[in-house]
Ligand binder design. Sequence first.
Ligand SMILES: *Cc1c(COP(=O)(O)O)cnc(C)c1O
Length: 366
Amino acid sequence: MNIPFLDLKAPYVELKDELDAAYRRVMESGWYILGEEVQMFESEFAAYCESKHCIGVANGLDALHLIVRAYGIGPGDEVIVPSNTYIATWLAVTHAGATPVPVEPDTRTCNIDPAKIEQAITAKTKAIMVVHLYGQTADMDPVNAIAQKHGLKVIEDCAQAHGARYKGRRAGSLGDAAGFSFYPGKNLGAMGDGGAVTTSDNELCERINVLRNYGSQIKYHNKVAGFNSRLDELQAAFLRVKLAKLDEWNERRRQVAAWYFEKLSHRHVQLPSVPLWCEPVWHLFVIQTHRREKVIKNLDRENIGCLIHYPTPPHLQEAYRYLRIDQGRLPVCERLADEVLSIPMSPQLIESEVERVVNAIVTAEA
Ligand SMILES: *Cc1c(COP(=O)(O)O)cnc(C)c1O
């Protein structure tokens, strides 16, 4: 039996009756864009994130991009971003016309190192965009203190952190505004694309509401040149079903992580490290190893899926050659790109499967 990296059908199988009922409810309603389901999901998800507002949008990239736009950040402005992240974090900044300024991660958590942020701030800096990578929150107290001192906005990329907590508080309420993705593989995933902004800033909430719907609040009155970036009723209905299950599924991910910590021990494998202030939700379980090729080969042979998040950091992508950040300038994230490996992680994994994964890793000898 193979163990896929991620089985996208498994959550549907588990919640089939509720999801099918949600589908029928929306189909029969005759209303498919910006209706009751979206409104209900927005208020349920805002409450879940301990935030005042939630605005549903088309995807995670749009959520982050619209936040940057809504703060009036654009050409000539700079936004601090992690060097170690998925390219969408950077795209949100460059789509608004602003310049991403990368800051290296802490090698143990892989998240932005707050001690390195201040030296990257210039007169042009407008915001710090943190990413709660792999489901672990960034260290927010020092980030918020630096932002306050320099008058910067703090934007959270929560695409991998639905439900994670920092010192007891939920991701999505730890800065000025947060962007979530509901891409099917995320901890809270739709049956297609989806995203949301959470914020407790009333003015920002209103601006995002306008920007996501052509720049209009009153039909056919356009205040600004906006976008079409809306969460649809079907996805909102599916998300409401899955939101009710999110805490349980995150708890099951923590059980899988606990099995890995208990069983996976090898001198060539570095396990993730979890700071005391963080309650992670294990979107990914990422190990570090110098022998990645051998480990991948062994996992392949046992029909076990694995992936690399991410093999090429944003600054080395062709799309960002114009930023002229040469190879070697960000050595920490470049080394991580060579050594990280994501092994199977999902609420549906069982202990015997974890044992098979562990066995395939530890027997990958020289
Ligand atoms: C998935 C992801 C995004 C983008 O979300 P989409 O819904 O695919 O646009 C942004 N940032 C991070 C860190 C992600 O993992």
